[in-house]
Design a protein around this ligand. Structure first.
Ligand code: GLU
Length: 381
């Protein structure tokens, strides 16, 4: 007897190494009581601690600054003006960060608050800076707790939603999974209103116009916007090699529930993070210059090493720190592209120099690599 064909198994939480968890305001803040939903947050912290103890890196993108500030200040219902929202966030963010720090410290985990603006993820120089900070926190085994810097973000230049911010953070740190904890357990094929036969879509292999149409149609005005930004987040994440899962946060231990197979929607990425990220570097950026390297450096790069200043013989172009440059071998042929860690002036000053010299020449203790291996896409890789 032949077996019924089965679909490929879905990823499971333990198979991921670096996970970004996004938590929405309505999950965290009890507006009526004017306080954080502490018991729920403690249950989530326990789930995070379990993943962390097993050696995984966990980052949290937490909303709630504005909602919590509004509650603490006892502001009336209704839309806030920009300066009111900014001032409310100033009050709420302190309480939010303190709550995260407390619930994680119960598990001997240190939290580090990171507030970012849109420019921090869209401008390459600032992107690299923000990424270094988060990577350092992870190296120290801390849990970065990230939010948009709402007190300074103005309407035109802000994310406004943490779904897309979380997706950018996930791609920034090459996370392999983004979890969006939401007030709905996933994407439905039609509006999941009472009495409808709407079905949860368990897996989205690719975000097609059909999938986008489902998001546009699901639920109320409020959740409609919500699902649309989640699909946008899904596009950002999966294009860059990060799987995404939307799951309900309206249950205690929401991450453990996903691991147990609770209903949710998985958005699958076609590639692994490094490959997709390198594809992004290799293909989608305008190179601003070039570095020519010697044969020894070419060999080192081919064995997976970073490009050090010592191997660079010539620098061309007027690029800034974090810009994409072409890497050329001794015969001038392009061997790859990468995001360079120095601007053209500094790169020129430190070419052919040993790493010890570099620190003296530039007078600072930054990273020494000219192009870090994670920022380098070799041709044919
Ligand atoms: N950054 C906002 C806050 O913390 C939330 C944005 C969102 O809800 O997605 O209040």
């Amino acid at each position: 007897m032949s077996k019924a064909p089965s679909s490929p198994p879905l990823p499971t939480l333990p198979s991921f190494r670096r996970i970004v968890v996004k938590v929405g305001s309505s999950l965290l803040v009890d507006s009526a009581a004017g306080a954080i939903k502490r018991a729920w947050l403690e249950s989530l912290a326990a789930d995070i601690a379990a993943l962390h103890t097993e050696g995984r890196d966990v980052l949290v993108v937490s909303s709630g600054a504005i909602a919590l500030g509004r509650a603490v200040l006892g502001l009336p219902r209704g839309a806030l003006k920009l300066e009111e929202a900014q001032a409310a966030a100033a009050v709420g963010q302190i309480a939010l960060a303190r709550a995260w720090s407390e619930v994680l410290s119960v598990h001997d985990i240190t939290a580090g608050q990171v507030l970012v603006t849109l420019q921090d993820t869209e401008e390459r120089r600032r992107y690299l800076n923000a990424r270094s900070t988060m990577t350092k926190l992870l190296e120290w085994r801390a849990v970065p707790v990230i939010n948009e810097n709402d007190t300074v973000a103005t309407t035109e230049i802000r994310y406004g939603d943490n779904d897309r911010l979380a997706a950018r953070v996930a791609t920034m740190v090459s996370a392999d999974l983004l979890v969006l904890l939401s007030d709905i357990d996933g994407l439905y094929d039609k509006p999941p209103v009472p009495g409808s036969d709407a079905k949860l879509v368990p897996v989205v292999a690719r975000i097609t116009p059909g999938i986008e149409a489902m998001a546009g149609a699901s639920g109320s005005e409020l959740s409609r916007g919500g699902m649309v930004t989640k699909i946008e987040a899904g596009k950002i994440a999966t294009t860059a090699g990060t799987h995404m899962v939307i799951a309900s946060g309206h249950v205690p231990h929401p991450l453990a529930r996903i691991a147990e197979g609770a209903p949710c929607t998985w958005f699958l990425t076609p590639a692994n993070p490094v490959t997709a990220r390198k594809k992004w570097i290799a293909g989608s950026l305008e190179p601003r210059g070039a570095v020519h390297i010697d044969a020894g450096a070419v060999r080192a790069l081919r064995t997976g090493k970073s490009l050090l200043p010592a191997g660079v013989v010539k620098v061309e172009g007027a690029f800034g720190k974090g810009d994409a440059v072409v890497v050329r071998g001794p015969d001038g042929a392009e061997i790859g592209r990468g995001l360079i860690a120095y601007d053209a002036e500094d790169a020129d000053k430190i070419k052919r120099r040993s790493s010890a010299d570099v620190l003296v020449i530039l007078g600072s203790g930054g990273r020494v690599e000219m192009i870090h291996r994670d920022d380098l896409a070799l041709r044919g890789e």
